[in-house]
Design a protein around this ligand. Structure first.
Ligand code: CDV
Length: 324
């Protein structure tokens, strides 16, 4: 029997700093209702979906930022989302800031089944930005201040979703740019990668100009290549639009195992994109060009895990002519 999963990406428009979780959750519930009407069995929300992208705001004392974090799922404020999932029999992926009982902070995503059970959790590994306030920057990006590097690796689990067994995995935002992260999932036969992102429309590092269209291209290129090279579907879902004067570029997509874009958002607002994902399409790439067991050469990949930064290559030396 063909395994077809109908997947929705629920892009969110901006959430302002002054807006509470009730605003975000209300909008997310409405998107879930529309996803149900369109036959979706899974809804994917963005990274840090419940609040504004708070790592742009500096707090000297990190405990002053506690209001941005979830200490429990569900909570009173997120309960309506869990209730809607039960009502519509929809699984969902939620990005949120997590504060653990022992006070650790992570940029986290949870995959939740319709009964409210957390099936899989992932904590972001590639944290961009910086830890201390940087005056030279146009906008701060303090993920390294507000979060620890994830400690769960890149887990994949085979989970029943609407009667279909699916190998699900997750990445979060900047992770999508790192082929190593995708390959970790590919090596576990992932079939559906869910990922949320908050990506500014401009390069905020102020080290050079990067055009808006190229930033969108890089996002799509990364997701489409990740899907092709690991023979899986990918759902990349943005927070979009202008949050307190800071623009996020949107352009959420769903990509198939051939690397094709099969759905794309066209607004900077709350928007649903939906696609039927035939999971059996993952088999072709996995059994031919990306048959890892047949073709990978890990004995030559030592630098991938043994080295962090790049190194200069040795200078080429002309051969010494023995005849002279
Ligand atoms: N939230 C993110 O991880 N954002 C990064 C930006 C800072 C480049 C991204 O990779 O989209």
């Amino acid at each position: 029997m063909t395994r077809i999963l109908t997947v929705a990406g629920a892009q969110l428009g901006p959430i302002q700093k002054s807006e509470g979780r009730d605003v975000a959750v209300g909008r997310m519930v409405r998107l879930m209702e529309r996803a149900h009407q369109r036959g979706a069995q899974v809804v994917v929300y963005p990274e840090l979906a419940l609040t504004t992208f708070f790592p742009r705001w500096y707090e000297e004392d990190i405990s002053n930022a506690d209001n941005w974090y979830e200490t429990a799922l569900p909570s009173n404020e997120t309960a309506p989302l869990f209730e809607a999932a039960r009502k519509y029999n929809i699984a969902f992926h939620l990005g949120y800031a997590e504060k653990t009982p022992d006070g650790r902070r992570f940029n986290t995503a949870a995959f939740v089944d319709p009964s409210g059970e957390i099936v899989l959790k992932y904590r972001k590994i590639h944290l961009p930005g910086h830890k201390e306030y940087e005056p030279r920057r146009q906008v701060q990006h303090l993920e390294k201040r507000y979060f620890e590097v994830g400690d769960l690796g890149f887990p994949v689990v085979r989970a029943p979703v609407a009667g279909v067994d699916v190998n699900v995995g997750m990445l979060i935002c900047n992770d999508r740019r790192w082929p190593e992260a995708w390959r970790e999932l590919g090596l576990q036969q992932v079939e559906l990668v869910m990922l949320g992102y908050n990506t500014p429309s401009i390069n905020q590092d102020r080290k050079g100009f990067e055009a808006h269209h190229l930033r969108v291209l890089h996002s799509h290129l990364s997701i489409q290549a990740g899907c092709y090279q690991n023979a899986c579907f990918g759902v990349g879902v943005a927070k979009a639009g202008v949050e307190d004067d800071h623009e996020l570029f949107g352009h959420s997509i769903i990509a198939n195992p051939q690397g094709e874009m099969i759905a794309q958002a066209t607004t900077w607002d709350d928007e649903l994109i939906v696609a039927d994902c035939n999971l059996d399409q993952c088999a072709l790439g996995r059994s031919t060009i990306f048959n890892f067991a047949a073709h990978r050469r890990p004995e030559h990949y030592g630098r991938i895990t043994g080295q962090v930064g790049s190194v200069e290559p040795p200078r080429w030396q002309p051969p010494v002519n023995a005849a002279e």
